[in-house]
Design a protein around this ligand. Sequence first.
Ligand code: SAH
Length: 478
Amino acid sequence: MAKTAKKRRGLAVKQELDLPVRLGQTVEVEITGLNHEGAGVGRVDGYTLFVQGALAGERVRARVEHVKKSYGFAALLDVIEASPHRDQPPCPVFDRCGGCSLQHLAYEEQLRHKQQIVKDNLRRIGGFPVEGEGAVVVHPTIGMSDPWRYRNKAQVPIGEENGALVGGFYAERSHEIVDMDECLIQHPANDEAVAAVKRIAARLGIPPYDEVRHTGLLRHVVAKVGARTGEVMVVLVTTEDFIPQREMLIESIRAQVPGVTSIVQNVNPEKTNVIFGKKTVTLWGSDVIYDYIGPIKFAISARSFYQVNPVQTEVLYNKTLEYAGATGTETVIDAYCGIGTISLFLAQKSRHVYGVEIVPEAIADANRNAELNGIANVTFETGPAEVVIPAWKDQGIRPDVIVVDPPRKGCDEALLTTILQMKPQRVVYVSCNPSTLARDLKVLAELYEVKEVQPVDMFPHTGHVESVALLVKRGAEH
Ligand code: SAH
């Protein structure tokens, strides 16, 4: 053990000696681009440094904070030459929160940056041409006309500071809670709801959770709003069932949170940073709130997954529907369907939609949402897409279109193989990670032509890049 550790340490020191920068050193760097997390990228004697808060085209001073063999991280000290696209971030806690990594970049440039990230990945990882003749068309990112206050869900950790109840966010790379009542990308109804609950809980002396000692009661306040219905849900995540002054708490929330239609308690007794525990009880009102995406109505429970930017979700799903090219006669598979949002959207224009998802609760929600909308031409199944879809193939299901919307790690290889065997006319790939998108499109390119890719800005001011790609079988009509 000791010997290996010593050897490892020796190696680390040696590597550090070989590097052109040292830990703690202040360097001047030209920033040449932004990485997928929104950090500035520059080089010092060929060695790559990531500088959060620096923009492409800038010259900055930064302190080296972390080094690895081929790249390192440096903290921004000051900007020597600023980019013309630099904006003053309107959020007062921009530097400490880490939730938004691009607020200092003009919104139009954020959109251009996200388009560029998609192009770069398609070229580098997928080997696709993105400029000139025969190039894959990557459209300009569709942004929001008002890119603020878009989030429909707030999850706020509660703690104690100098004897007072606080709630806000964890300071970056720490577990210290910074008190905050206003988040500029959060729906105002959620901000209001959380602030009211904090005020009420403090007044009633409800003990805030202490993460280190694992004592106290109130761990998180979660607020959700149906952007189209205005209905608000408040979820109190507690360490145990018993809430002192419970009736007073409920009454005060009802009186002070505008639009509240549901108050729910979730009990999480574990020493964990996972927010929710297993037990959920409705304290007052409905178990769910409702919202619409386009014409489809969704029931949202305390635990169910729902897209956080409803305005852009509708844009993304309309694009998905357009790319699917469904006319009413098609059989469609929606892989990684979640609570069936895309499936129900597609069902309006298809003969039948088959949705598959690995989380059983999500499939229960999907079935409930189908019923809620009177949509009968959908079938949902629980299981891994890479297992269920081959089984559907064996049962003789012949899709005209397959839509996939996988998590960040992309599609399972077995699923890609199955798609190539099933040979639908079209594949529509919805992706939250351009690098796995590019990797998977490269595999599908064996049979499919990548016609176009549309980035949609689902998370303004953050580094997240969402896009949807249309693939058409070679030799088939567009
Ligand atoms: N299409 C949905 C959800 C997309 S998120 C929407 O737009 O809302 C990706 C989903 O894939 C998650 O719900 C996750 O639970 C699910 N998932 C992850 N791995 C899976 C697998 N191997 N097979 C099927 N579903 C999977």
